[in-house]
Design a binder for this molecule. Structure first.
Ligand SMILES: Cc1ncc(COP(=O)(O)O)c(C=O)c1O
Length: 428
């Protein structure tokens, strides 16, 4: 990692050794630990270079060709490249690359399509939805009338008949499909059919699975949804940021003063953001270029193989997995089957150098701060170069320490295994 990356940090070391050393420490932590947090990944050095560029100096409120400040000729070119690459990658009619993050992208969509008090049908947080899909702690839950749908108790899969019945009963303005913790595929076509039946917009948040969708390894929401949001930093493996993709025509308001694309754009700016982060937009463009490369499809195939391989080990080690397995990069392990709570499991794994997060499971009777599960994802270890064998070995180590948390010999062996894997697959 150090050779190339740290050469570029010499100035920072001279000017601000405190921050330089903290960055060094965090990079070491990333280098020496294994990242199984499903929302994280490692960007390429090319993405890092774009992020650390003088583009951060420029104010560029507005959009290419229509800026509120002078001097945006080059910035316009950069943002246009990012937009065109994203359109090509996802076969989208219109793209806005300016949202600072996933939450900002979702905020802008609500602003464009709904008014406070409107009804929104979205996946329940406990079933795998995201904070911005209607949590009472978030603006989405405070400003809108949220009707949550969940998963079936027997299969732990989204029940499309429940979604249809709720949509018919509550007539939502928006139906939201998307998740932070759901290990299976979503049926976007049926979501769209239901939205059309009740006169709602279909809004898909594909943040977790965007990389799998870009490579046709997960159902594609773009043909069906009115609007799709994503983060760029999870399976898509780009910089931290958000993006909105949408149809140009507003299906529910075809003759309105603004079409859907214009509504989305003005909800981002000036509706909810000021100047875009053009260094980050350039880094998004680099990420899209990387994702358009055939090697990215291979990478995503390995992401799926590795998560399936780990899931099979957990099952053979006696754990219960939510929905019994995985069809994406995510695995939800019910650690109570190993006699633990999610909080302890997260802590035990952290002690041996494996990062995961505790997670509520569907119908969880435990509390959010100590739920029944942990969530694991295969995107970051696959970026490091893990193959199936490595993933199987890692899953066995995870099962071993979680099944015998008091066994210090097993814990030491796990630490050594993590050290060997991180050495075998360095980052940067
Ligand atoms: C489905 C989904 N949407 C939105 C977000 C929010 O993204 P950000 O953290 O960039 O605001 C997340 C983050 O984890 C997510 O999982």
């Amino acid at each position: 990692m150090h050779a190339t990356y740290y050469k570029t940090m010499k100035n920072l070391h001279d000017i601000d050794p405190t921050i330089a050393n903290l960055i060094f420490k965090e990079t070491q932590r990333q280098r020496d630990g294994l990242e199984l947090i499903a929302s994280e990944n490692y960007v390429s050095e090319a993405v890092l270079q774009a992020l650390g560029s003088p583009l951060t100096n420029k104010y560029s409120e507005g959009y290419p060709g229509k800026r509120y400040y002078a001097g945006n000729q080059v910035i316009d070119e950069i943002e246009t490249v990012a937009i065109e690459r994203a359109k090509k990658l996802f076969h989208a009619e219109h793209v806005n690359v300016q949202p600072h993050a996933g939450a900002q992208a979702n905020f802008a969509v609500y602003l464009a399509l709904a008014k406070p008090g409107d009804t929104i049908l979205a996946m329940d947080l406990g079933a795998g939805g995201h904070l911005t899909h209607g949590s009472p702690a978030n603006f989405s839950g405070k400003w809108f009338h949220i009707i949550p749908y969940g998963v079936r108790r027997d299969t732990e899969l989204v029940d499309m008949e429940e979604v249809r019945a709720l949509a018919k009963k509550h007539k939502p303005k928006i139906i939201l499909a998307g998740f932070s913790a759901y290990p299976r595929k979503l049926d976007f076509k049926t979501f769209a059919d239901i939205a059309h039946e009740v006169g709602a917009y279909l809004f898909v948040d594909m943040a977790h699975v965007a990389g799998l969708i870009a490579t046709q390894l997960y159902p594609d929401p773009i043909p069906y949804a009115d609007v799709v949001t994503t983060t760029t930093h999870k399976t898509l493996r780009g910089p931290r940021g958000g993006m909105i993709l949408c149809k140009i025509t507003d299906r529910l308001d075809p003759d309105g003063k603004k079409n859907l694309a214009q509504k989305i754009d003005s909800a981002v700016f000036p509706g909810s953001q000021g100047g875009p982060l053009e260094h980050c937009i350039a880094a998004k463009a680099v990420c899209f270029e990387e994702a358009l490369h055939p090697a990215f499809k291979k990478y995503q195939e390995h992401v799926l193989e590795n998560s399936k391989a780990m899931a099979e080990v957990f099952i053979s080690e006696g754990a219960r997995l939510v929905s019994g397995g995985t069809e994406n990069h995510l695995i939800l392990v019910d650690v109570t089957t190993w006699g633990l709570g999610g909080k302890d499991a997260e802590h035990i794994l952290d002690e041996v150098g494996i990062s995961t997060n505790k997670n509520m499971l569907p119908f969880d009777e435990r509390k959010p701060m100590d739920p029944s599960g942990i969530r694991l994802g295969s995107a970051a270890i696959t970026t490091r170069g893990f193959n199936c064998e490595d993933s199987i070995a890692l899953a066995k180590t995870i099962a071993t320490v979680l099944k015998s948390p008091a066994d210090t010999i097993k814990k030491t062996a796990a630490q050594e295994h993590v050290a060997a894997l991180t050495k075998k697959y360095p980052i940067y």
